[in-house]
Ligand binder design. Structure first.
Ligand SMILES: Cc1cc2nc3c(=O)[nH]c(=O)nc-3n(C[C@H](O)[C@H](O)[C@H](O)COP(=O)(O)OP(=O)(O)OC[C@H]3O[C@@H](n4cnc5c(N)ncnc54)[C@H](O)[C@@H]3O)c2cc1C
Length: 433
């Protein structure tokens, strides 16, 4: 019998599976698709290496992904300089974004009288208690009576660091937590050599060294015995284990576990879940358009772009360039919103880089009903997210980017995998059966 059956082979399931295997437990991972990686999967295409949309790893060596790899004793290779200059497109030109105090004092994005006000905001963020601010919005925290254009630009960008379109809708505690960690982190954003394929491949290898992965296996329910799960059910097959880790968005759990067995707060959270959505388009370019290493932001409307092959030349064939653009869409996604997003995205790109489309050799469009598993709004903030264990089902555990992990998106997936691994280890060490 296996010690743990994991449902879902995305970042969280693979990370927890590799960690548990590394700790000596027998792990079987079931993945419904024929490929691994979930929303962090990647694909090769005519000499290009494509992530599933833009994927960066916040805080680099100080982030939760790096913590997973440290525990595994496995190498993790970030690429490019520690500081990747990012830009905002305003009034017809690109301005470098400040990411240091010196940069803030010298940036033309703020007028002289705006600078002390921005510094005061930063000082308050450094001293604020996150617990108090998790349930309130960034706008409530900022308390800026007369908003000016320069302050608006920078405070809107703070919300965007956790993929929220506006300070009005983002949990202040989440932004403050990330901001404080970023101040002390040399690398604010980590780009992986070879993209997300590097980590998915490495985690898979570690997991299968003593465990197994069965792709193409959708779990449709669980069999119970004496108040615990006995087996995960997939078609005619029963996968028995001592413990079960569900590592996909929590909204899917209510279809697998009878509602009367789920605590109402978990079922309610799953029912009300608001994700982030978007439209992502990758472009294969016949010749380079720009040498910019970091992100390119347009604020109104929000469009974000990157040129991943500028940091990792192996992501595109020699002489060509890979460019990836994202237009967030308010959840839930509709056909009209997708059409509007595509029009906006193309217009903004052409404004920033006139002639861009004359170099496009191919493009890949991704409609993303779920981008980050949850948006960082109050109510979905860290203390409000479901924990990794469920009191009513002692051998069912949770991980993934809708669970109580720190950060947003992939950070939550990796940090929840770390804490679920500890809780499962504890459970398996203290129970027989
Ligand atoms: C375009 C895009 C860009 C992003 N950019 C970033 C970024 O820059 N930084 C960042 O931190 N995050 C980013 N994210 C978010 C990040 O990709 C996710 O937070 C992360 O991949 C979530 O991992 P997960 O394991 O929690 O879930 P998933 O990746 O969704 O994995 C869940 C897995 O479970 C499988 N599954 C589901 N139900 C079942 C079942 N019943 N039986 C068996 N298998 C099942 C699914 O097929 C899937 O493989 C981005 C996401 C997208 C889409």
């Amino acid at each position: 019998m296996f010690d743990v059956v994991i449902i879902g082979g995305g970042s969280a399931g693979l990370a927890a599976g590799a960690l548990l295997s590394h700790r000596g437990f027998r792990v079987r991972l079931l993945e419904k698709d024929m490929f691994l990686g979930g929303r962090a999967r990647s694909e090769e295409r005519d000499g290009y290496l494509l992530d599933y949309g833009m994927h960066s790893y916040r805080l680099g060596e100080n982030g939760p992904l790096a913590r997973v790899f440290r525990e595994l004793g496995a190498p993790l290779q970030f690429i490019g300089p520690h500081r990747l200059s990012s830009y905002i497109f305003e009034q017809g030109r690109l301005h470098e974004l400040p990411d240091t105090l010196a940069g803030l004092l010298s940036t033309p994005l703020l007028k002289w009288r705006e600078k002390p006000r921005m510094l005061a905001v930063i000082a308050r963020m450094m001293g604020a208690g996150t617990e108090r601010w998790y349930p309130r919005t960034l706008t409530e925290f900022l308390r800026i009576p007369q908003m000016t254009p320069g302050l608006r630009t920078l405070t809107d960008l703070m919300a965007l660091t956790v993929m929220a379109e506006s300070p009005d809708s983002v949990s202040a505690g989440e932004v403050i937590d990330l901001f404080r960690k970023a101040v002390f982190s040399r690398r604010k954003v980590g780009e992986l050599a070879g993209g997300s394929a590097q980590i998915i491949g490495a985690l898979q290898k570690i997991l299968i060294a003593s465990g197994e992965i069965i792709p193409g296996t959708r779990v449709t329910g669980f069999a119970f015995s004496s108040g615990r799960i006995r087996a995960a059910l997939a078609g005619p097959d029963e996968h028995e284990a001592r413990a079960f880790l569900y590592s996909a968005p929590i909204s899917g759990l209510t279809g697998l576990v009878p509602r009367n067995l789920l605590p109402p707060e978990i079922a309610g959270f799953a029912d009300r879940l608001v994700s982030t959505s978007g439209l992502s388009i990758d472009f294969g370019l016949a010749a380079p358009v720009t040498g910019i290493l970091g992100a390119i932001f347009n604020q109104d409307p929000v469009v974000i772009g990157r040129f991943p092959s500028n940091i990792d030349p192996l992501r595109a064939p020699p002489g060509k360039q890979l460019s990836t653009w994202l237009r967030p869409i308010t959840f839930p996604i509709t056909r009209e919103k997708i059409e509007e997003a595509e029009k906006t995205l193309r217009t903004v790109i052409e404004e920033i880089f006139p002639g861009f489309f004359s170099r496009v050799e191919w493009e890949r469009k991704l409609v993303l009903p779920v981008m980050d598993g949850l948006s960082m709004q109050p109510g979905q903030d860290f203390p409000n997210r479901p924990a990794s264990s469920i009191a009513s089902i002692p051998n069912l555990f949770l991980a993934g980017d809708t669970i109580q992990g720190k950060g947003s998106g992939g950070d939550i997936a990796f940090s929840s995998a770390l804490s679920a691994t500890d809780i499962i280890t504890n459970y398996l060490s203290n129970t027989n059966g």
